[in-house]
Write a protein that binds this ligand. Structure first.
Ligand SMILES: *Cc1c(COP(=O)(O)O)cnc(C)c1O
Length: 371
């Protein structure tokens, strides 16, 4: 079986360095929010080209904390609306409802799977305060368009970068910037399977807004900057030293891994030519870091079982659209046809920094033989 993602092999590439880093933390005697976290925050801020980075417990919390901080700063209030793509992973939406805010679903562009800027303005009301855009599957959203709509309507732009660490956006002026620096604030996940994965849970917020960063620094730690002085009703959402140490090792290899993923993606894009299968649209080669390689077909379930029969593992991202989840009864009668089509037709095939050229060739020929 060609595995969808061999996580053990991914981490074994760096096992000597990971074990050294692990020992360093054990020997330090300090395990939560310490020197490793502070160093990782500096290194990841530099990587993302932002002023600030704050390590937190996971990607969901990163997004929850950004919105919570805007609420503490009086920029967003309970009951306000946040625009979010209707086909995202549910965590982006949970971050909004967790704060007593209303998620407003906007359909994606069927070709890029990302928020369709053309549809955003129709969803804006007096209560809209932010756009939470998601660089889904690893491809950057149309940020020029989103930022200009946000500017016109005085909205905050929050990036969900959980799938897009290191993706580079080139704006209309030809300037290139990394995700995490393209809006007002960004949330990252370091869940083990993400492109920059810890060996457990982890997350981060990046921003150039000093007030926001300062507020989140307190909110992640019981609402406190100073021990036993609580400014806010905060959370406990901290990054462990051990995970920060793992991430510092893996961050050094992130760009190399992105290139490996892009090489696999190029091979698929060149090699797969089955008329039953629609390949993902790539607008700019640097703007996609291929967390997932997602193909579309009207015969998705048949293709999935055919791939299993031919020893190629595949997964569906995601089988059920958020508005049809039991958790969100308020959307029980809502219809998001683009999202529904995506959820019925997408299939993710193996991609990772450790898949071999031979395995890639097998995937291509198996997919091309599907009829
Ligand atoms: C993984 C993911 C999250 C949540 O990250 P966790 O670290 O698992 O909490 C949020 N948004 C998207 C798009 C994700 O893929």
């Amino acid at each position: 079986m060609i595995p969808f993602l061999d996580l053990k092999a991914v981490n074994q590439q760096y096992q000597t360095e990971l074990k050294e880093a692990c020992s360093r933390v054990i020997d330090s005697g300090w395990y939560v929010l310490g020197k490793e976290v502070a160093e990782f925050e500096k290194e990841f801020a530099t990587y993302c080209e932002t002023e600030y980075c704050l390590g937190v417990a996971n990607g969901l919390d990163a997004l929850v904390l950004i919105l919570r901080a805007y609420m503490e700063l009086g920029i967003i209030a309970k009951g306000d609306e946040v625009i979010v793509p209707s086909n995202t992973y549910i965590a982006s939406i949970l971050a909004i409802s967790e704060n007593g805010l209303t998620p407003v679903l906007v359909e994606p562009d069927i070709k890029t799977f990302n928020l369709d800027p053309v549809l955003i303005e129709a969803a804006i009301t007096e209560k809209t305060k932010a756009i939470l855009t998601v660089h889904l599957y690893g491809q950057v959203t149309a940020m020029d368009e989103i930022n200009s709509i946000a500017k016109k309507h005085h909205l905050k732009v929050i990036e969900d970068c959980a799938q897009a660490h290191g993706a580079i956006y080139t704006n209309k002026k030809g300037q290139s910037k990394k995700v995490g620096s393209l809006g007002d604030a960004a949330g990252f996940s370091f869940y083990p399977g993400k492109n920059l994965g810890a060996l457990g849970d982890g997350g981060a917020v990046t921003t150039n807004d000093s007030e926001l960063a300062n507020t989140i620094a307190a909110l992640r730690n019981y609402g406190s900057h100073e021990k036993y002085k609580n400014l806010y009703k905060g959370m406990n959402s901290r990054l462990d030293e051990i995970q920060a140490a793992m991430l510092r090792v893996k961050l050094r290899y992130l760009d190399k891994e992105i290139i490996a993923r892009q090489t696999v993606a190029q091979a698929y894009l060149k090699g797969i030519n089955n008329p039953l299968i629609e390949l993902p649209l790539v607008e700019n080669i640097n703007a996609h870091v291929w967390h997932l390689f997602v193909i579309k077909t009207t015969q998705r379930d048949k293709l999935a079982s055919y791939l299993t029969d031919n020893s190629v593992q595949s997964l569906i991202h995601y089988p059920t659209p958020p508005h049809q989840q039991d958790a969100y009864q308020e959307w029980k009668n809502a219809s998001f046809p683009i999202s529904e089509e995506i959820h019925q037709q997408v299939l993710s095939i193996p991609i990772s920094p450790v898949i071999s050229q031979d395995e890639v060739d097998v995937v291509i020929s198996v997919v091309n033989d599907f009829s």
